[in-house]
Design a protein. Sequence first.
Lengths: 316, 343
Amino acid sequence: MSDVLLEATGLNKTFGNGVRAVADVSLTVHRGETLGVVGESGCGKSTTGKILLGLLAPDSGDVTFDGESIPAMNRARLRALRARLQVVPQNPQTSLNPRLTVRSSIEFNLRAHGVARAERGPRVLALLDRVGLTAAQSERFPHELSGGQLQRVAIARALSTSPDLVVCDEAVSALDKSVQAQVLNLLADLQRETGVAFLFISHDLAVVEHISDRVAVMYLGRVVEVASAERLWEAPQHPYTTALLSATPGQGRERIVLHGELPSPANPPSGCGFRTRCPVAEDVCADDWPALVPVTPTHAAACVHVTPQAVPATAG
Amino acid sequence: MTTSLEKDPAATDTTVAPLQVTDLTTTFVSRHRSVDVVRGVSFTLRRGETMMLLGESGSGKSVTARSIMQLYGSAAKIGGSVTMNGRELLGLPAPELRSLRGGQVALIPQDPTGALDPLRRIGSQLVEVLGVHGVATTKQAARRRAEELLAMVGIPDPKRVADSYPHQLSGGMRQRAVIAIAVSCDPQVLIADEPTTALDVTVQAQILELIVELQQRSGTAVLMVTHDVGVARDFGGRIGVMYAGRLVEEGPAAQVLGEPRHPYTSGLLAALPTPGVARGALRSIVGSPPPVGAFPAGCAFAPRCPQARPSCHEQDPPLVTVAPDRAAACPVANPGPAQERAA
């Protein structure tokens, strides 16, 4: 069994309105790891998530799950895949059926994946208990629960089919900080217990750094840097990552204020999409988007200023 | 100008502080019930000072800010006292309130899109404010001033932006335009209600920097509402931590966030993932913040508090001085003099 669970290669997606949401994105998720995907609005992180989930077909490129191509799957295969590839969406208020009790919502997922009726009830209660909800709460409707409790329900539902990978798309962003910590701890505990892998999509760098083993930074539809979470924090290589880290409030880094705003993904600048805001842009940056260059075997960045280092001083 | 103001003895006299809020209460009333949202908030904002109201959803931080401007009309009953330079604002007749809002006290709201009229050009919206408050007397002067203001808030091509409709601008540019409107009449108090929450983090950094710059230039007192501890830490000044409609801790931001005294403040800080620091489980607070309308009796934090005593569930502790320049509403926070006073 290969260590690679999910592999995306050369994904492209352009929407009808000309927005090139995802451009040449390649990502790998290993079994049992958490890959964080971080970026600002419009960087293509959620679109990437949808392609990886098989909810959106890429224009080109391929996604393999356990060696099998997702875009090539027929409906039956895709349905079987969904038991192993689940999602925790951002807003549980809208992702849970308001007319079903939370127990029914989870049972629904089990039924869809062919779990026998007699088995469903006890399994739902065990799942809810695991995420910290009581049997009494299982009979509640979504509007009767708080945001944190609903997100626990969404997590229980995602885990109900014992998936190998769960895509968490801004899964804790709508929660208050004191509650967010509980949910992050829960996700980490569940991963330790079940070996599930997470693809954790978020705009919040502090959260991503905390929960992820590795992090991919996206800008304007592209992955501009990939590294282990520690390494990204200590030695960011791409000027956008550096600016993003410094713009994250409250951690005393010298702030690099970027000028201007994200260019429209429908009308990106020529060459490197970051060059219009980049403090170290040169003429050559207007030619091409640089490819991801390995800095170390596990760290790559897409910038002309990045040179492959044989033995970098900061990393062992 | 500024130097003469700095020498002004009134600047240090709290009776004429730009903004003094005393025992503010806000109760939303409907036909069927009334809900207490702000329950006795007091603080003083001095000239050129920044005060942060930090809290989670339902803590009453935004309602406090908006109650000061009395933006709820008949939907809310507001009690206590709000004075600007010693003048009571609560109960002022509508025409006086109107001239005050946007004039001496201005608001930067969270969502710039909702704050701008979608059917009018940015320039005309600025000109209107300048006209209403009598800052510019002629149309030409108002238009000139509008463009100056847009340039001042860092908009690179003010002429074009003045002729644009809100939908033609990006979120960051719209927020700059809203800030231009807010500072157009040189307010003494600027209330910023989560001014960067709707913006991306790199744009957020620009807007925060702009607010600091404008404050330093004009000496405006800023009341900023945020849920983001990082923003509060960067902004400095004073900080008031809110929970369930009350201030639970107050003091200089660096001290409060560096050495919190109230168990809620320490719990909140411990719950934040700190990048670059050893990872592991976050120390979360059990339960969730109480929803508005269902605040527990006694200290509202007691049901979640690891240090709660039996008495905490019955008596809501008052905000008392626990150290020079620091106050907290918790018996655990203060083993010293305050307790003797209470005994």
